[in-house]
Structures are given as structure tokens and as C-alpha cells.
Design a protein around this ligand. Structure first.
Ligand code: BGC
Length: 757
């Protein structure tokens, strides 16, 4: 690490612009530095017994009561514990490991710190909709400061699983459907957690998970097989993991799923060939919860001992909670089924992380830090900023938004998410205290309670409530109000791990509530908070304006009210395509097919009654939903009207070693000061294999004051156009390309260029 920090410092001084590439060298630990840590690791391993080594490979989820684990800690049977959140308890555990075990090896203390620890930021899908990597880094820094104050030094994040199916509950924890966006966000999280000096007491080791392909689980059902072709795997799914690994992530977690019949925890091609050989990774590989032992249920191992053998030989070095390593490895080594050297390599990777985190020098947590660590003013401000930047304005008919408080006498606030502290912080927010959450209702009352008559009637108890008896009253109250704000969406429990849905429209009677409200003729403002991209075609129709937030966290309510009343302008963009129906499958970087839709297809309601096998267009579309999704990836409106113009490239023909310089102007032609996320897409017109319709190659958040025009530029190395083609090597294929600078993935006019040998 020291060398990395030193290098980075030189880079800042000499070449500020290349800082990113300097910090993106992958986790090299200290193996390349002065070798001091490596020597310590080697000498420690040389005096360890086999039992002690196997103990280091054992990770246990514990409770606060140390007495139940004391003996195992003393005898060195546990290398890492997870789920402690109290620094006193952490210190008690460390004390036994460090002072009472033979070799005094400290524990790695782990926890899922996914989108904040106590101060909860928007769920990762919401962080992705900010397209703001700087803010992601800041949010992760804040999360690390809070978590380390509780004694946690290892977080199981970022999740880098590319997700194209909103039925999958864990899409909430993902960066969405695009490899570049997911990878950029994941890398930012790694930087924010670890910093350049992971030995600092407020640094947290990152864990790239779930390696690999977990987001493609078949049918959107968790833990399911992922059927990904080798080329798709390389060109799409592996990208975010690699970006996070190259950002220096110290640890990687295997995934639950199998790919083409091989569970990841037992897949040497993934864990050795790709991760270590191709990417040069030298950190620690941990299993997912019990995923080593689960290879028995997969039908890949005949019993638990076999599972341990397969996992360790494949390159899995720490067993999270299946206890198959601790129970079987000694015998497997004795029988020659696992080599001693394999165990030594694993233990070295574990110990190296402990040295790099400074745990041997400073095993204990300063318990005083916790007093001022959580919910700091600046942390709450950052969480609010993130919630604000992540909200996506999907409709704003006749400028229904922003609301003008001076013209409103009475507002009806309705819907089950208006005042739902626990649920607005989303999945993986165990440590977020609902009493600190600002709900939209609370923020509205606080800001406008004295000026506006705020009538609150939720009408439904929860987002799943099917009882329609409150709807008539809600409609009657709407009739007496100047404007209605309906807060709809999903409770936290409807997304997350093993919380998948077969039907992803709004649950309960929420749709009916909105329909009844809309019928009153009053302006209907809908604010949705959810863990995934829902099918909201009807809700869009029944709303004058609709603001979509992926569970926005502690300060979500404050941010939403500010946006609704124009204190800030929305700037979030969809990190996933939204469909009209659950049965549709769309993602923007799909292939064109030989028969792409033309938009002229005949839909169900236009098919004559007596039609028999009539051609309806013979293209790739849905008869009952059309040829386009509801909203494309990258879409999001603002209160300002932005125009992109003057899009040009510095050349029309590029050599392989060149960079493409792209220029454009962004004008804020009407409305307030605001921010637009400018997106650059490229299409490779013809390749040795079919190529996506377009691919995001760069993005930028650009603030433009009202009435002003900004010049923007991008520099895209031609090498960024490389892909795995017919021969499965990654390279740029010379030929013709199209390039868009646009406000979403489905608009704009392309500029052409070509690449020559
Ligand atoms: C999840 C991981 C998580 C681990 C530890 C597993 O069930 O898949 O993402 O890090 O539990 O809580």
C-alpha cells in the first residue's frame, strides 16, 4: 500500500489528470513494496500449525455475547467474525484473539455496510441514478467513518452484479443494467471505503461481490443458475467486477449461483484464471454465506468434505458460515486431497489483509469515536444531496412541478409511503435508525406546515394493503385540496436478497387509489419510492407529474420535498430500463436483431377479429406492449429545458492508438439553474459478432445556470471500443461507428466516424 500512496502523491503533484489511472492498478497489497509485510506474513505462517491456519479460514457470524465464542477464539479457530456493531463487543472479541491465543492474530471484523451504516444513503440502485461517482465516493467515505467507529473494518460491498431483470430483488443493491455505470460506481465505493491508506483507523476493506454473474439469475429468482454466454460474460457481466478489482478492492466474494453448471465457489476458471491470472488480483477470496457447503445442495459436491475440497482447490480462501473448512480441511490435507501449499497461500492472503489494515499494530477500536460518529450534520447533508440527485423525474405535464407554495392553500398527502421511516431506507439498512429518518410528510410539515393546510390521510396501511375502503375518503379529501401528493411504492421488504417478485407493478390497492385521485381532476403529483424499476404505465397516465426514487435513505423525505417545491431541480437518470409489463425484457444495450422493430407494428387492439396468422410487422416487438420500453435507460427530466447542439468530433477517422475528442454545447434554454447528465453512446456498426444497439462510453453531470450555454468535451480512447469478438480476444475491430451525445439512451442523432488499422 505504501508504494501505491507514494505513487498517487507523485501523480497528484506532477500529473493531476492521471490520478485515476494511478489509483486503478488493482490490489497489489504490499507484495510489490519493501516487502516488510510479506516478510511478516511468511514468518507468521511458518510458525502456524495446520489447525491455526484452517482457523484463519473460518468466518463466523456472532452475537454480542463473547463468552459463547471465547474458547474457539482462544484456540485460533476463528479468523474473522461478522455482524458485531458495538465497539466494546468488538474489543472483547479482539482481546481474546490478540491476548489469549497462541499467535495473537487479530480478527477481521466484517459487516454488510451497503449504502451507509447509520446515516443511510439511497440504495445502490439510487446511488447509480445520480451518475455521480464523486458523490458515491463521498457517501462511501462517510459510511466507512461511521462503520469503523463501531469497530468494523471490512464491508461486503460493492455489489457488482449487472442486473437487467427487475423481478430480481437484489437489483436494489446493484448499479443497474450498464457495465460502465455499475463499474464506475463500484470503483468509487472502493476508493471511498479503503482510501489510499487502508491502515488508517477509519478505512474499511471493500469486498467485490458476488463473483460472478449472480445478477443474471434465471427468471429473476434469487440464487438461480445464470446462463450467460462466454462472450456476454466478458463483454458485459465481468466489467463491473474488474473495474472494482482494478480500483484496488482488497477482497472478493464468490457468488451463490452456478454458471453453465459450475457453482462460483467451486469454479477455478473464475477464481484463478480470470481473477488472479488475467486481472492480477492478489487479495482475499471469501465465500458467500454458506455457499461452500451449499455445493452439496447444488449437486456439485457429494458431501460437505467434498464441498470444502472443491472450494479450497478452486481458490476460495475463507468460508463464511458453512463450517465445512473448519470441519474437514485437516483431514483433506492429511489425505492429500488438498495441498498444504494451497492452505498456506490462502492464509497468507488473509494475514496480509490484516497487516494492511493495521490490525496487528492497532487491533482495538477507540470506543470514544462512536459518540460523535453517526448522523453528523455533514453526513446528513451528503445523504440529502444523494437523495436529491438520485430522484428521477419521469413526467411533468404542463409544468405541474415544481409546486408554488404561495399559491397552495391545502394539500392532500396520501399513500402508504408518505410517512414510512423504516421503509424509505430500503433493504440492507439494519443499522439505520428510523427515528433519524426524515419522511416526506415530516419535511413537508416542517417546511410548509405554517403556510399550507396539510391534510394527511394515507388511505392504505402498507404498500401491499388491498383494503380499498379508504379510497373513497381519499378521493373526497382530494376534492377539497388544491393539489394531491401521493406517496406510493414498495416497502423495504419487497426487494433485497431472496425478495424477488413475479409481478413488478405496484402492489395492493395503490393503483386503484391513484386512479380514484386522478378522477377528481385535481393536480396529482406522484412520488414513488421503490427497490426496483416498477411497471408504472398506468400510474404515469394517472399522474400529472411523477418523481421516482429508489429507496432514498435517511434524508429522502427532505430531498423529495425540496424537489417537489423547486428548491432543487431533479437531475437523476434511470440506471435501468422501465417496462410496461413484468413479462417484458428490455435493456438498452441489447442486440439489434435481424428484424428490429420499426414502430409501425400492429398491436393487439388493432388486430382484426377474424385475422388468422396475419403479419403484424414481423419484427421484434410485443403485440400487447409495443416496440419500446416505457422509459429508456438514462432517462430523466429536469425543470430546465436542456438542448444539446454542435456535437462534433475532432476527426472522422481514427487510428487504434488515438483518442476521440468529442465536443458539444449544452444550453439551459428555459427554467431554473439545473444539472443535466450528458451521456455518450457508441455503436459499432458491424463486427465479427453482432454488436449492441449502443453502449454507454462516458457520462458527465453538467451544471448549467438558467439561460446559459456550456461547452462540454469528452476524450474516449479508441481502445475503449474493444470487445470480445469472434475469436474471443479483446480488441478493437476497425470499421464504422456511430456516436451519440444525448440526454438518454434513446434520443439524439448520431455522428459517424471510422477506425482504421
Ligand atoms: C449475501 C451477501 C452478504 C452475506 C453476509 C449473503 O447472504 O448474499 O451479499 O454479504 O450474506 O451477510
Amino acid at each position: 500500500m505504501k508504494r501505491k500512496t507514494y505513487l498517487a502523491t507523485i501523480c497528484i503533484l506532477l500529473f493531476p489528470a492521471i490520478l485515476c489511472s494511478c489509483s486503478g492498478n488493482g490490489h497489489k497489497g504490499t507484495t510489490n513494496s519493501n516487502g516488510e509485510i510479506e516478510r511478516k506474513v511468511d514468518s507468521l505462517v511458518s510458525i502456524m500449525t495446520l489447525d491455526e491456519k484452517i482457523g484463519q479460514m473460518n468466518q463466523v457470524s456472532v452475537t454480542g455475547d463473547v463468552s459463547a465464542y471465547a474458547e474457539r477464539l482462544r484456540s485460533g479457530e476463528i479468523g474473522s467474525v461478522m455482524n458485531l456493531t458495538d465497539p466494546d463487543a468488538v474489543n472483547q472479541y479482539q482481546k481474546i484473539a490478540v491476548e489469549e491465543s497462541r499467535l495473537h492474530i487479530p480478527l477481521l471484523i466484517a459487516r454488510d455496510v451497503i449504502h451507509g451504516f447509520h446515516t443511510i444513503f439511497p440504495i445502490p440502485l439510487g446511488m447509480a441514478s445520480t451518475f455521480d461517482t464523486g458523490l458515491m465516493e463521498k457517501a462511501s467515505r462517510i459510511a466507512a467513518c461511521e462503520a469503523t467507529a463501531a469497530g468494523i473494518r471490512w464491508s461486503f460491498a460493492p455489489m457488482c452484479d449487472l442486473a437487467r431483470d427487475s423481478r430480481w430483488g437484489r437489483i436494489a443493491e446493484s448499479g443497474g443494467e450498464d457495465p460502465l455505470l455499475s463499474g464506475s460506481m463500484a470503483a468509487a465505493m472502493v476508493r471511498g471505503f479503503q482510501t489510499d491508506d487502508p491502515s488508517a483507523p477509519d478505512a474499511l476493506a471493500a469486498c467485490v461481490k458476488h463473483f460472478a454473474g449472480y445478477g443474471a439469475s434465471e427468471g429473476g429468482r434469487d440464487y438461480n443458475s445464470a446462463n450467460i454466454s462466454p462472450r456476454q460474460f466478458r463483454n458485459f457481466y465481468l466489467v463491473p467486477y474488474e473495474d472494482a478489482v482494478k480500483a484496488g478492492a482488497m477482497t472478493v466474494m464468490t457468488s451463490f449461483n452456478d454458471i453453465d453448471g459450475i457453482p462460483s465457489t467451486g469454479n477455478p476458471y473464475l477464481l484463478k484464471e480470470i481473477l488472479r491470472k488475467e486481472w492480477g488480483y492478489d487479495g482475499l477470496v471469501v465465500s458467500d454465506w454458506s455457499s461452500a457447503g451449499e455445493m452439496v445442495a447444488h449437486g456439485f459436491a457429494k458431501d460437505e468434505a467434498d464441498a470444502a475440497r472443491i472450494a479450497v482447490n478452486a481458490g476460495c480462501e475463507m468460508d463464511m458460515m458453512s463450517f465445512t473448512f473448519i470441519s474437514n480441511l485437516k483431514r483433506l490435507v492429511d489425505e492429500g486431497l488438498v495441498k498444504k501449499e494451497t492452505i498456506d497461500e490462502a492464509v497468507k492472503d488473509i494475514l496480509r489483509i490484516k497487516f494492511e489494515l493495521g490490525l496487528f499494530d492497532h487491533p482495538y477500536t477507540d470506543t470514544s469515536r462512536i459518540r460523535t460518529a453517526f448522523y453528523r450534520k455533514e453526513s446528513l447533508a451528503a445523504a440529502e444531496k444523494a437523495a436529491e440527485e438520485s430522484a428521477v423525474l419521469l413526467k411533468n405535464e404542463d409544468n405541474a412541478l415544481p409546486l408554488d407554495a404561495s399559491r397552495i392553500r391545502r394539500i392532500l398527502v396520501t399513500g402508504p409511503m408518505a410517512d414510512n421511516a423504516r421503509n424509505q431506507i430500503g433493504t440492507w439498512a439494519f443499522d439505520g435508525d428510523p427515528s433519524h429518518v426524515v419522511t416526506p410528510l415530516a419535511a413537508l410539515r416542517e417546511k410548509y406546515g405554517k403556510k399550507i393546510d396539510i391534510v394527511f390521510y394515507p388511505a392504505l396501511k402498507s404498500t401491499r394493503d388491498c383494503d380499498e375502503s379508504g379510497i373513497a375518503k381519499a378521493a373526497a379529501l382530494a376534492g377539497q385540496a388544491d393539489v394531491v401528493i401521493a406517496f406510493l411504492g414498495e416497502e423495504a421488504i419487497l426487494s433485497g436478497e431472496a425478495h424477488c417478485l413475479a409481478e413488478i407493478s405496484l402492489k395492493g390497492a395503490q393503483g386503484k387509489l391513484l386512479e380514484a385521485l386522478h378522477k377528481t381532476g385535481k393536480p396529482i403529483i406522484t412520488s414513488i419510492m421503490a427497490g426496483r424499476g416498477l411497471c408504472i404505465g398506468k400510474e404515469i397516465e394517472n399522474s400529472d407529474a411523477l418523481l421516482y426514487s429508489f429507496h432514498p435513505g435517511t434524508m429522502g423525505g427532505e430531498a423529495i420535498i425540496k424537489l417537489l417545491f423547486g428548491e432543487a431541480a431533479p437531475s437523476g437518470k434511470l440506471p435501468v430500463t422501465l417496462t410496461r409489463h413484468t413479462g417484458e425484457s428490455w435493456y438498452y444495450d441489447r442486440m439489434n436483431t435481424g428484424r428490429p422493430a420499426t414502430g409501425k407494428e400492429v398491436l393487439l387492439d388493432k388486430i382484426p377479429d377474424d385475422a388468422f396468422q396475419t403479419a403484424l410487422g414481423n419484427t421484434s416487438f410485443y403485440m400487447d406492449s409495443g416496440s419500446k420500453p416505457l422509459f429508456p435507460f438514462g432517462f430523466g427530466l429536469s425543470y430546465a429545458e436542456f438542448e444539446l447542439s454542435g456535437i462534433k468530433l475532432d476527426k472522422s477517422e481514427y487510428a487504434l492508438k488515438d483518442s476521440i475528442r468529442v465536443y458539444a454545447r449544452l444550453s439551459n434554454v428555459e427554467g431554473p439553474d439545473a444539472c443535466e447528465v450528458v451521456q455518450l453512446y457508441v455503436r459499432d456498426v458491424a463486427g465479427s459478432t453482432v454488436r449492441p444497439i449502443k453502449e454507454l462510453k462516458a457520462f458527465k453531470r453538467v451544471e448549467v445556470p438558467a439561460g446559459r450555454t456550456c461547452g462540454i468535451s469528452f476524450v474516449i480512447p479508441v481502445s475503449d471500443l474493444a470487445f470480445y469478438g469472434a475469436d474471443m480476444t479483446r480488441k478493437v475491430e476497425p470499421g464504422d461507428f456511430e456516436l451519440w451525445v444525448a440526454k438518454d439512451s434513446d434520443s439524439g442523432t448520431p455522428v459517424k466516424f471510422s477506425v482504421t488499422e
